[in-house]
Design a protein around this ligand. Structure first.
Ligand code: UDP
Length: 221
């Protein structure tokens, strides 16, 4: 449809899940492994379709942005994520527990080969992520280009929960439960390509993410 209607540039919101389960520091030129859940498979399929479309149409240019774990909210506390029903993702779940809407967080496994046994992810502030899109659009290049958007730093589930409690001075009751099917132990980005080619890198920290996520949750009915 893009080609039919003369849309020549396409920035696609992909995901780090396209890498599948493989060594934890992820780079764009790594071979993609089998995805571990259906969400990841939809992203991998979409990347393949867009890549083929670029190869078949020399005027079509695409940037694939592989998001790591977006978290937080705008610092105003006015723009954020309020998922329908019970959240699947860690940060929105934590904010609902802190607010007393959900009784406690289930930490999915503490027997991974990580610093404290809980899963490690590369959480990226949504404002940094949004800025990454601006750079990707402004600096879009010929052909197909892939960029990791992450901080390059891993944070465990318990480290995130403890940061939330410390920064916001609010309790987050939790219990350790079994691993969630499809989860991998560790995943974080090598984002040096985005820095070199797009002139982008993250500026905000885990403390900013937990502060802003909580500010938004408190503003939400
Ligand atoms: N997680 C958890 N409890 C939850 C939700 C997530 O312990 O209620 C863990 C999950 O096992 C993973 C991390 O938090 O290690 C991030 O999960 P999320 O679903 O936010 O993102 P994913 O990396 O799976 O896309």
């Amino acid at each position: 449809m893009c080609i039919k209607y003369g849309v020549g540039k396409f920035v696609f919101s992909s995901s780090a899940t396209v890498y599948g389960d493989q060594p934890s520091l992820l780079k764009e030129d790594m071979e993609l492994k089998k995805t571990t859940n259906p969400y990841g498979e939809t992203k991998a399929m979409s990347e393949r379709i867009l890549t083929d479309a670029v190869h078949a149409n020399s005027n079509f240019v695409v940037s694939l942005l592989r998001y790591f774990n977006p978290a937080g909210a705008h610092e105003s506390g006015l723009i954020g994520e309020d998922p329908n029903g019970i959240p699947n993702n860690l940060m929105p779940y934590v904010t609902k527990v802190a607010k007393g809407i959900l009784p406690k967080l289930s930490v999915f496994g503490n027997d991974y080969d990580t610093v404290d046994g809980t899963g490690i992810r590369d959480y990226i502030h949504v404002v940094d992520l949004a800025k990454g899109h601006v750079n990707a659009i402004e600096k879009i290049q010929q052909g197909i280009n892939v960029y990791n958007l992450g901080t390059g730093r891993g944070t465990s589930v318990l480290e995130l929960v403890h940061a939330f409690t410390r920064v916001n001075e609010v309790d987050v009751p939790y219990e350790i439960v079994a691993r969630r099917q499809g989860d991998i132990a560790t995943c974080f980005a090598d984002s040096s390509k985005a820095e070199e080619e797009l002139g982008w890198k993250t500026e905000l920290t885990i403390d900013d993410m937990v502060r802003d996520a909580w500010k938004f949750e408190k503003n939400t009915k």
